[in-house]
Write a protein that binds this ligand. Structure first.
Ligand code: URA
Length: 434
């Protein structure tokens, strides 16, 4: 087989065979295909799409590049959660310890920042010492000892996704249904959990801008899961504005810990509770939505979810002291306020614009392998529907230098739209696809 032929075939809208997809993913992992040909293929997929059969075949081919973990020794149910990507979306850092604290093991393979969206691995690596690269053995051992693991793709687990993901990030080929579905589902299948809840984001700060696209992505992933015998639910949630208040790696870890301490922003808590409740229901830990929610709230109020997070950080080499000393997280030297030019109500906070500004300031990557700055980002002080007075701080920029902050401030201000008329706060959970 020949890569040039595959690029030509996809460019011309032809369907790849299972053999071609298996060959391609195998070569991706061996590193024999130059980035320029792989990028051309990704762009062809972006424009031409894939049939459902092809998307399922690509997912299986990606899984086959590594091991598929058997977690059956950990009990009848192991939970996993994944987001399709958003801005300020630190939900995994809450849901995983909350669900684990309710007695359901959580085994999760995550990704790095992608395009304008943040990534759980980058967030976790802002914790001094934290290791995201675990062997298959360490992955399973972590679930056994602390009931919870979040790790990256490795040579053992879905390595093809790791390679494609890094290239998609910097070639404008992220927003593609088959590439997102196969990326997410290959990680979910390889990591072995049998109850998976997907947070499918929709809106300006999501890769799916319309509800129809989000529903199609949710259905595609549910169908792939069903084919391999996994119980998959998808929650479609709003990503018009950033989730919570913090955007940027260490800032988001800080917000996640504050949320586990019981003072999380309402929209973030709503998404975390909805996803967690679904997992507790799917694994039989809760008999109803109300019971699931009550268990999760209790896990936070009792401090057990926070303790689970602390144990998880320590188990993966991170400094657990940060849980009590947030000041030990990386901190940007400059804080700069962006203020409201007039009084009014916040009508829009454009999550994509905020996400792009965060990449620009160093929280994400513009070229493959670029080092990110864990300390930089933004903290929003108002959300859609809030009233602001002229001169109120809309957001604080955390930057490496004053010039960076001044350069990015107009983009941040431009992401806010204020209006004179009152605005209703948007609903966060749109629907659940079971
Ligand atoms: N999350 C992933 O793991 N992959 C994608 O393509 C998008 C979000």
């Amino acid at each position: 087989m020949n890569m040039l032929h595959l690029v030509q075939a996809k460019r011309d809208g032809r369907e790849h065979s299972v053999d071609e997809l298996n060959w391609l993913m195998g070569e991706v992992v061996k590193g024999t295909i130059p980035d320029y040909q792989l990028s051309a293929w990704l762009m062809a997929v972006y424009f031409r799409g894939m049939t459902p059969t092809e998307t399922a075949g690509l997912t299986r081919a990606m899984v086959n590049t590594g091991r598929r973990l058997d977690l059956s020794s950990l009990g009848p149910h192991v939970a996993d959660k994944h987001s399709t990507g958003g801005v300020g979306d630190k939900t995994s850092l809450l849901v995983a310890p909350m669900v684990a604290a309710c007695g359901v093991p959580v085994a999760k393979m995550s990704g790095r920042g992608l395009g304008f969206s943040g990534g759980t691995l980058d967030k976790l690596e802002s914790i001094p010492g934290f290791r995201v690269e675990l062997s298959a053995h360490e992955f399973v051992a972590a679930v056994r000892t602390v009931g919870l693991v979040i790790a990256s793709q490795s040579p053992d687990l879905a390595p093809a996704d790791g390679k494609l993901y890094a290239l998609r990030d910097v070639t404008a080929t992220v927003e593609s249904l088959p590439l997102i579905a196969s990326s997410i589902m290959s990680k979910k299948i390889a990591a072995g959990a049998n109850a998976v809840v997907l947070d499918v984001k929709v809106g300006r700060g999501a890769f799916m801008k319309s509800l129809d696209e989000a529903r199609a992505l949710a259905a595609a992933m549910r169908d792939i899961g069903r084919e391999v015998g996994r119980n998959v639910r998808a929650v479609i949630s709003d990503m018009e504005q950033p989730l919570g208040n913090a955007v940027g790696n260490a800032l988001e870890v800080r917000e996640a810990i504050e949320s586990l301490r019981g003072s999380g922003p309402p929209d973030l808590m709503e998404v975390a509770l909805e996803l967690g409740t679904n997992l507790l229901e799917m694994t039989g830990r809760a008999g109803s939505t109300d019971e699931g929610r009550a268990l999760l709230v209790q896990a936070i109020n009792s401090g057990q979810a926070l303790e689970r997070f602390r144990a998880f950080v320590a188990n993966q080499g991170g400094d657990p002291v940060i849980v009590d000393h947030l000041e030990r997280l990386p901190k940007a030297p400059v804080q700069y306020e962006v203020t409201a030019p007039s009084a009014g109500y916040v009508r829009v906070i454009d999550a994509e614009a905020i996400g792009r500004a965060s990449v620009e300031i160093g929280a994400g990557r513009k070229v493959k392998g670029e080092k990110i700055d864990p300390s930089v980002g933004f903290v929003l002080h108002s959300k859609v529907g809030d009233a602001v007075r002229e001169g109120d701080s809309l957001a604080t920029i955390h930057a490496a230098g004053k010039e960076d902050a001044e350069r990015i401030a107009p983009a941040l201000l431009g992401a806010f739209d204020l209006t004179r008329d009152p605005v209703a706060a948007p609903r966060v959970i749109i629907e659940t696809v079971k």
